[in-house]
Design a binder for this molecule. Structure first.
Ligand SMILES: [Zn+2]
Length: 146
């Protein structure tokens, strides 16, 4: 069984043919897709999509979305992980990580959000889906710590 562990199926690029994308994946032998969230604003969307298509999802705040996120979003994530703890389709915390490739991002805030989300994942007993761009050492440091 093939699993696509990282598919942003909720992205608007798929609005025209989302069902067909899932059907083509299954026809190609990819029986499971994990739909990661990127911000609190798409938590409900990925959960609903995963349930509609019998797929899996992850909840988290993407490093490229951290600049626009606020601290309360971490509380929202914690609450969502708790609220859906019994949902077998919730399989990870993600997409989280560090992006040191895109210039101008607040690296300190990224790291704070990354570490906070690692803590939440550990508390929830869930694995993490990682975004790692020019940041492998710092990402591994976080993993070792938590
Ligand atoms: Zn991604």
């Amino acid at each position: 069984m093939w699993i696509d562990t990282h598919c942003h199926l909720d992205a608007p690029e798929f609005d025209a043919d989302r069902d067909a994308v899932v059907a083509r994946a299954r026809a190609a032998g990819v029986d499971m897709l994990v739909l990661p969230a990127v911000a609190v604003s798409n938590f409900d969307t990925v959960r609903e999509l995963a349930h509609r298509h019998l797929l899996s999802y992850a909840l988290g705040i993407h490093p490229l979305c951290v600049d626009e996120a606020n601290e309360a979003d971490l509380d929202t994530l914690a609450a969502a992980l708790k609220a859906h703890a019994g949902d077998p389709r919730l399989v990870a915390v993600g997409e989280i990580g560090l992006d040191h490739f895109v210039p101008g991002l607040d690296r300190e805030k990224q790291e704070r959000f990354y570490w906070a989300q690692l803590k939440l994942a550990r508390a929830a007993g869930l694995p993490v889906l990682l975004h790692v761009r020019r940041s492998a050492d710092a990402v591994l440091k976080g993993l070792r710590r938590f």
